[in-house]
Design a protein around this ligand. Structure first.
Ligand SMILES: [Mg+2]
Length: 475
């Protein structure tokens, strides 16, 4: 059976449509406003030429916003791949040429595949700064990312305190207690994904209170929860070969929740090594760069107490080589993961060596499933289209799940109550997977509509115990 068509902004009212119509222009406007407001202080920090450079970049971003809002064709990117190892403009340009030949027309914002369109916007933001010498490499989202962590300090305090205490006594834990902690921290790691500044259109998203106190209330929101299967997978791995890969999403509280989960797995010997994949350039507002991770370690040291203790553990893992940070420009390209083996065979073979690959967040989920218009009963295994380097765990929070109809509007109302579980057509009692595709809703009228899927795709046996090969957690 052929794959479905890519999601695109063609369908009025779809999330892809609303993204291009509203969400992306809002993100651009925020960057433009930031540069207008801060150009004097940017000038003080980076020199007078940078202050002038702000005007140049504002001009480019305003042009980009106009092209988007008037559905202009995409143009070739101008950045220079030979000048930067992280530049991927040649990949974007190749794809653009391919679309143009296949469709005998240049792709436009509302008709091109949504995945390409949204990634292309961030490539254009990169280009806007890249072409301005004094601001080359400037991160226009840095202030938002750092504020998100500082605003989450209370929640970070609670989390690190709990994890440090648990790590200190883990050697006395019964198997049952260990499992309970692993699953709790997995859930914390999942709900940390609520703090995505790209999904919120750049609006502040911090975790303001102790997440542990919300776990019981949030658990019914998990559509397919295969935490037990994850546990079985972890304990079935050979004790000296528990090599995990984590493909990060957002900085801020989410990053802290990810690193705390990994720390507990390390301290309880459920993980022996971890490779952490960061982005190589500013991406989807709040995605984590290597520098964001290092800043987070320093900031937690500054926060003091259990935060500093946790930060020191992370620094030690990194200096001892038990944790490695990997940077690869594949993650900031428009390619979905089914093409990874062809586009970047080295990265694919690196993932093949892992005992488990954890993907965080919405964009990784979209790339795993190709961002195609799948029927919602499609199995995750089918949607992966052959991408299977290792067991896969997907942790993703999503916001809403219904078509924009009068009935759906009512459903939205009831789903906004955390006590109400997801509608029947979105749950899958067989726990093989409910694919969340381009589900539609009015983004701005729903405060927090989130569900978590921790579901298992087609179990593929990799041990005599027939344990799951791919695990799936989204919300
Ligand atoms: Mg993100």
């Amino acid at each position: 059976m052929a794959d479905p068509q890519p999601l695109s902004g063609r369908r009025v009212g779809s999330f892809a449509y609303l993204t291009i119509k509203d969400r992306l222009p809002v993100i651009l406007t925020k960057v433009i406003d930031f540069l207008c407001r801060e150009k004097v202080s940017i000038g003080k920090q980076y020199g007078e030429a940078a202050q002038e450079g702000c005007k140049e970049v504002i001009g480019r971003l305003s042009q980009l916003k106009n092209e988007m809002q008037t559905n202009k064709p995409f143009r070739i990117l101008q950045a220079d791949p030979s000048a930067s190892p992280h530049d991927d403009s040649d990949e974007y340009n190749r794809e653009l040429e391919k679309f143009t030949i296949e469709n005998e027309d240049q792709p436009k914002w509302f008709t091109a595949p949504w995945l390409y369109a949204e990634c292309y916007m961030y490539a254009r933001i990169h280009e806007a700064f890249y072409l301005c010498d004094p601001l080359r490499g400037f991160d226009p989202f840095l202030v938002q990312k750092q504020k998100a962590l500082v605003d989450s300090k209370t929640a970070v305090d609670c989390l690190t305190k709990r994890v440090v205490t648990a790590c200190n006594s883990v050697s006395n834990f019964t198997q049952q207690l260990l499992k309970q902690y692993v699953i709790q921290l997995l859930e914390v790691c999942l709900w940390g994904n609520r703090c995505d500044l790209s999904i919120s259109g750049g609006a502040d998203r911090a975790q303001e209170s102790d997440i542990f106190s919300s776990l019981d209330k949030l658990r019914p929101q998990i559509l397919d929860n295969n935490a037990d299967l994850l546990w079985q997978l972890l304990v079935s791995l050979p004790e000296d070969q528990r090599d995990l890969v984590l493909v990060l999403d957002n900085a801020g509280f989410e990053l802290v929740s990810d690193l705390c989960f990994l720390t507990f797995l390390m301290e309880s010997a459920l993980a022996t090594s971890v490779t952490i994949h960061t982005k190589t350039r500013p991406w989807f507002v709040s995605d984590t760069l290597h520098s964001d991770l290092m800043w987070t370690i320093e900031k937690l040291r500054e926060f003091g107490d259990s935060n500093a203790e946790m930060a020191n553990k992370w620094a030690n893992y990194l200096s001892s080589g038990q944790w490695k940070i990997s940077e690869n420009k594949f993650w900031t390209q428009h390619h979905d993961f089914a093409s990874m083996n062809e586009v970047d065979p080295r990265l694919y073979s690196e993932l093949c060596k892992a005992s488990l690959v954890i993907f965080k967040g919405d964009l990784n989920y979209r790339k795993l499933t190709g961002d195609l218009d799948w029927p919602t009963n499609t199995s995750f295994q089918r949607a992966l289209r052959g991408f299977s380097p290792a067991p896969i765990l997907v942790l993703r929070v999503w916001w809403a799940y219904a078509e924009r109809t009068a009935a759906a509007a009512m459903e939205h109302q009831s789903m906004a109550d955390p006590a109400v579980t997801a509608p029947a057509h979105l749950t899958n009692t067989h726990s093989t997977t409910t694919l969340i595709r381009d589900v539609t809703f009015d983004l701005y009228n729903i405060p927090y509509l989130m569900h978590c899927l921790l579901s298992l795709s087609n179990p593929v046996s990799h041990s005599p115990d027939a344990l799951p090969r791919n695990l799936f957690v989204t919300a």
